[in-house]
Unconditional design. Structure first.
Length: 452
């Protein structure tokens, strides 16, 4: 293994970014915020960080940046180097428009100054309408790449995808697979009258419109990146941070977080799953670190480098063990042991029956009591959200894949000890018992203290 001392030619990850300016999409999302914080904190000599942000809820791009940098995950940067926030330059725009809806003046600034582009933005709603999923995840990617191709000093383009865009295969390698459909035919399909049955047929076994659109986006990037050194990052189920910027950081109920919280609170008692299946969780800080490192080591325009940010092949955890660790950690955090019983079943009728008996019926009678005592009913509403979230994820809990991460681990191995410590991204070194404890503490601290 090379180190800075062993090889004078070694360029540290932070040194790669020194003096460079980058452009990021999706910075307001869960991954995007953690990625931005890590880039600013650990690559302190970076020049400018341009971030694409659309106006929302009456707030413009600058106001939205000001709003989200007040979140706890930016605390260490605010305390140690508050002036570094001046490097963040909001760029008003929208992923669904040509040139990303950016003004002519701002486009010219990006073309002249940006060296590295990180395309993190996506619509991650699993039940999104097909047209919206394709427009954001495919057309949006097309517009980002078109901008990259006109940049004067482009060194790397990083496209953040998903590990689940090829779930029709049991073993998922770190390569771009043939698309599930021809993109031109998909556009024609969207212009025609179609129903949900036809959409399901078009997906060809993929679980939802999100994974379908992300698969198409990967193909578009592979076929159109031209002479730009390009990387595709494929995270599995992105979950709370392991260490940075705060251990256990999580700010939404999406993905596995909602199910874990519901089990802790006794709101979920049964799931459609084989307990021996793996659930491919990956901490959000590992995703951010891999994205930063991969761009710094991206040098070839001839072949796309694909990195699976996954644990199932190198450090698997079964669903049964996951919930065993959850229960242990939750009890340490003051949750009621007797409320955390969980049944696994592979049969839909068993799932429906047990859901009715163990979840819906108790919620109904709990709401009757609240009404009788003059209080606002809430438990049926909670059950509605819990069941909807569980059902969206049932494809992932009831199936299992082996997602190879050989290239990801090899990339981490090329780093110096200092960079390995600063940018850990080898998922094989995660201790699951410790991580689930951190995860549960994060859910309790950042989410359950607000509401459930």
């Amino acid at each position: 293994m090379e180190t800075e001392d062993q090889s004078p030619a070694y360029v540290s990850v932070a040194d790669f970014y020194a003096g460079k300016s980058v452009f990021i999409t999706g910075v307001t999302g869960f991954v995007g915020k953690v990625f931005l914080e890590k880039l600013l904190y650990s690559c302190k000599d970076i020049d400018k960080v341009f971030v694409l942000i659309r106006d929302k809820k009456g707030l413009n791009a600058k106001q939205r940046v000001g709003e989200f940098i007040e979140k706890p995950l930016f605390k260490r940067l605010k305390e140690e180097r508050p002036d570094d926030f001046k490097k963040v330059i909001p760029i008003a725009g929208d992923l669904n428009h040509l040139d990303l809806g950016i003004s002519t003046e701002d486009v010219e600034i990006l073309l002249q100054k940006v060296s590295v582009v990180f395309h993190v933005a996506a619509t991650i709603k699993f039940n999104e309408e097909l047209k919206d999923a394709v427009n954001t995840n495919v057309r949006g990617t097309k517009y980002v790449l078109h901008l990259c191709q006109r940049m004067k000093n482009i060194k790397a383009f990083v496209h953040v995808s998903t590990a689940y865009c090829n779930t029709d295969k049991q073993i998922l390698e770190e390569k771009v697979y043939p698309p599930p459909a021809d993109l031109g035919e998909v556009y024609k399909f969207l212009e025609s009258n179609h129903d949900r049955t036809q959409v399901k047929e078009l997906l060809k076994g993929l679980p939802n419109t999100y994974t379908f659109a992300k698969a198409l986006a990967e193909t578009y990037v592979a076929e159109n990146h031209g002479n730009i050194p390009t990387v595709i990052i494929r995270p599995a189920i992105v979950s709370a941070s392991l260490r940075e910027p705060i251990a256990g950081w999580v700010d939404n109920w999406s993905s596995a977080t909602g199910i874990l919280a519901a089990v802790m609170k006794g709101a979920t008692r049964v799931i459609l799953a084989d307990g021996e299946n793996t659930l491919d969780l990956v901490p959000v800080d590992y995703v951010a670190n891999l994205t930063i490192v991969a761009a710094a080591r991206c040098s070839s325009a001839d072949k796309i480098a694909v990195y699976n940010c996954c644990t199932s092949s190198c450090n698997p955890i079964s669903i049964r063990n996951l919930f065993k660790y959850l229960k242990r950690a939750a009890v340490k955090n003051g949750f009621d042991d007797s409320q955390m019983s969980l049944t696994f079943t592979n049969k839909k009728w068993t799932l429906s029956t047990l859901t009715f008996l163990l979840q819906t019926t108790p919620a109904y009678f709990a709401d009757l009591y609240l009404r009788a005592t003059g209080q606002q009913p809430k438990y049926m509403q909670i059950q509605s959200r819990v069941i909807a979230g569980r059902d969206i994820l049932e494809f992932f809990t009831s199936n299992s894949w082996e997602m190879k991460a050989d290239r990801t681990r090899a990339l981490h191995a090329t780093l110096s000890p200092k960079d390995q410590h600063q940018f850990p991204c080898d998922p094989s070194n995660i201790n699951w018992s410790e991580y689930i404890t951190v995860y549960i503490e994060g859910i309790n601290r950042f989410l359950l203290t607000k509401r459930f």
